[in-house]
Design a protein around this ligand. Structure first.
Ligand code: GDP
Ligand code: MG
Length: 454
């Protein structure tokens, strides 16, 4: 889970703060010393840390505490805002061609950073979210396996791949652009070669490609798990080649967050996308605000809702969010959620986004298809009124429903219990009892009765 260790440390700092009533300047200072240590341990660039701590200190000490917040909450709010600012505040889109020609996106980076896989993921993402017709171009010509790899992922995603075998990458890039124009592809992703280390030959080749095809976007792909090495690579690529944005990969394995928190501040170039897994749909638009709240362990209800959107549809997701907030989540909603559940990712993924819930407790948990079908049958055997008001379910109604669904009354009761648990969680999610929620999260893992449907 991304940022876990940093998140844990910061949570401990804030737990101590929360225990206090009024905060003195000394309280804030000592908390910020801990934050500083936590960030350094997370491999955040030391100068970035220094500036960060200074800014938070200034703001926190001078801050007027908002009426609705405790002093500790106020400090957390400031830290959250500053973390968000470190990562660039706003999410960023790809630069698109303004003239009639296809957009050209050049993917550059060290070997193994994730150019090939994430280039293909990105192509699929713009096809889906921006209705684009992408083309992938194999400009990494030194290893035969590289071309084959691109063809394989292209095939998996049903995206055309332009290749000319081991030719001249500059010429291939030009030919790819021509091919795209002739075939109606409006965006071309150039998968370029990487090296283990930055060297002159590599940079020269990339500069030649850049000069030949004038890319609209030069995305530097860096492995988040390499921390400051990723930041150094970003600085070097930017100085020599000029990059327009960063794609941070392997965020799923990045417990510390050093690269994510430094790259933007050090290079001034925005992190535009994040790779979050090996699967070909594991890519996200990078949202600094959501990352910040994830780091602070406040969960990420927004990303969750975004996933729900993809699985259900926008309006329904908004309604769902509203219902969760207002605690008006009925069995009909529960039923609907079961249908979209399968598309939402693993339970561990989902749990990681819910504030206070221990995602590890759900690690490896599978959604049990049979249990899902049984639960659906039970709800479908209820009248509409029963679904909307589960409280009216007395024992004779339960017997009728059980018979209708071909299950026992005990199954009906189990479903109702899960639904109740979920309703409570939804309430906690927007309310205060994060601690209570954590306790419930653990129980959930042990008891095996997994509530779902967020
Ligand atoms: N867990 C995880 N693995 C990734 C991610 N992105 C890439 N990888 C893996 O990293 C390895 C190198 O990726 P590749 O695209 O070939 O890197 P390239 O040399 O820069 O083209 C492959 O095994 C990928 O599956 C990611 O976001 N998460
Ligand atoms: Mg590659």
């Amino acid at each position: 889970m991304a940022f876990e260790s940093l998140s844990d440390r910061l949570n401990n700092v804030f737990k101590d703060l929360r225990g206090k009533g009024r905060l003195s300047e000394a309280d804030v200072k000592s908390a910020m010393r801990e934050v500083r240590m936590a960030l350094l341990e997370a491999d955040v660039n030391f100068k970035v840390v220094k500036d960060f701590v200074k800014r938070v200190n200034e703001r926190a000490v001078g801050a007027e505490v908002l009426e609705s917040l405790s002093p500790a909450q106020m400090v957390i709010k400031i830290v959250n805002e500053e973390l968000c600012a470190l990562m660039g505040s706003e999410s960023q889109r790809l630069n698109m061609a303004t003239s009639g020609r296809p957009t050209v996106v050049m993917l550059v980076g060290l070997q193994g950073a994730g150019k090939t896989t994430n280039g293909a993921k990105l192509a699929a993402l713009v096809r889906k979210s921006q209705n684009k017709r992408p083309l992938l171009a194999a400009c990494d010509v030194y290893r035969p396996a590289a071309i084959q790899q691109l063809k394989t992922v292209g095939k998996q995603l049903d995206i055309p791949v332009f290749e000319e075998g081991p030719g001249n990458p500059v010429v291939i890039a030009e030919h790819a652009l021509d091919w795209a124009k002739r075939h109606g592809n409006d965006i071309v992703f150039l998968d370029t070669a990487g090296r283990l280390h930055i060297d002159e030959t590599l940079m020269e080749e990339l500069l030649n490609i850049k000069a030949a095809v004038q890319p609209d976007e030069i995305l530097l792909v860096v492995d988040a798990m390499t921390g400051q090495d990723a930041v150094n690579a970003a600085t070097a690529f930017d100085e020599k080649l000029g990059i327009t944005g960063v794609m941070l990969t392997k965020l799923d394995g990045d417990a510390r967050g050093g690269a994510a928190l430094s790259v933007r501040a050090v290079t001034g170039k925005p992190i535009k996308f994040a790779g979050t897994g090996e699967k070909l749909d594991a890519i996200e638009v990078f949202h600094p605000d959501r990352m910040a709240s994830r780091i602070l362990g406040m969960g990420d209800v927004l990303t969750l809702i975004e996933r729900a959107e993809a699985a259900v549809d926008e309006k329904k997701a908004a309604e769902l969010a509203e219902k969760l907030k207002k605690n008006r989540f009925t069995l009909s909603d529960y039923l609907e959620q079961m249908d979209s559940m399968a598309n939402m990712g693993s339970l561990e993924d989902i749990a990681g986004m819910i504030p206070g819930l221990d995602a590890k407790a759900l690690s490896g948990a599978q959604i049990d298809e049979k249990a899902l079908a049984r639960q659906k049958a039970i709800i479908q055997s209820m009248t509409l009124r029963e679904r909307e008001n589960p409280d009216i379910l007395n024992s004779s109604r339960k017997r009728r429903i059980a018979a209708g669904a071909g299950v026992g009354v005990v199954d009906v009761n189990r479903l109702l219990k899960q639904y109740d648990l979920m309703r409570t969680m939804a309430r906690q999610m927007t309310g205060k009892g994060a601690k209570k929620l954590r306790r419930m999260g653990l129980n959930m893992g042990r008891g095996g009765g997994l509530p779902f449907g967020f």
